[in-house]
Design a binder for this molecule. Structure first.
Ligand code: GDP
Ligand code: FE
Ligand code: FE
Length: 206
């Protein structure tokens, strides 16, 4: 099993680009700070994939593309939400909530990605979902704990990620919601669904 992201050779099963081509593309389209974050997510996701038995190539592709729509203009994203018949509730929010679902759509059209695991991992990486498959959990958690993240609790989240992935999902969900409530931010309904499934009523195991 490959644990080092730099050594992964793509098979063409999931994307026709090589990993180097994909990274070169990201560097042209996205700010260097965000590319750094994305590479951190990839490194972490590939390690978690090795530990939990996920396909390393799928983890690498999903991680490299997870924030693809993060720097796209609001107008373009609004148009995409409407033209792709996405949840219209999205329009009450902003790019923070849009870039997962719109990113999945862009990645499908621009890179020809069709693998549902990869698309769902991108789609749900910000607010999670009540039901998440292994790759979705890996990207959700890797995004939260990648080496460039520095906030109180990140060490605990990292410890959990490498011991109990589901506990790490619950921890990240609880902490994110706490943080949003603290700021009195508007909560996207699906984030509450994620909380209800992963956190509410559970015995605190961390
Ligand atoms: P990033 O794209 O790597 O910065 O990370 P994420 O995609 O996980 O999150 C983007 C932002 O969305 C973060 O600042 C989160 O705190 C924020 N966010 C997550 N859930 C919600 C929500 O329900 N409501 C709002 N307003 N923001 C949220
Ligand atoms: Fe994101
Ligand atoms: Fe991210």
């Amino acid at each position: 099993m490959n644990e080092r992201s730099e050594e992964i050779v793509y098979s063409v099963n999931y994307i026709t680009h090589t990993r180097d081509e994909l990274i070169a593309h990201l560097k042209e389209a996205i700010s260097s700070k965000r590319v750094e974050h994305i590479l951190g997510v990839e490194k972490t996701a590939v390690e978690l994939a090795a530990q939990y038995g996920e396909n390393a190539e799928k983890a690498s592709i999903a991680a490299l593309l997870h924030d693809f729509a993060k720097e796209r203009p609001d107008e373009e994203m609004r148009d995409l939400i409407i033209s792709e018949n996405m949840d219209l509730e999205l329009l009450q929010f902003g790019n923070n909530i849009w870039h997962g679902p719109t990113g999945a759509s862009l990645v499908q059209t621009r890179f020809g990605v069709t693998d549902e695991d990869i698309l769902n991992a991108i789609r749900n990486h910000t607010v999670g979902a009540p039901e998440m498959r292994l790759l979705e959990k890996i990207i959700y958690v890797a995004d939260y704990i990648e080496p460039g993240r520095h906030f109180p609790g990140v060490e605990e989240a990292r410890r959990l990620a490498y011991t109990d992935l589901d506990a790490a999902v619950a921890y990240a969900t609880e902490q994110t919601l706490r943080h949003l409530l603290e700021k009195r931010a508007k909560i996207y309904p699906k984030a509450i669904e994620t909380y209800n499934k992963w956190v509410a009523g559970k015995v605190k195991g961390y």
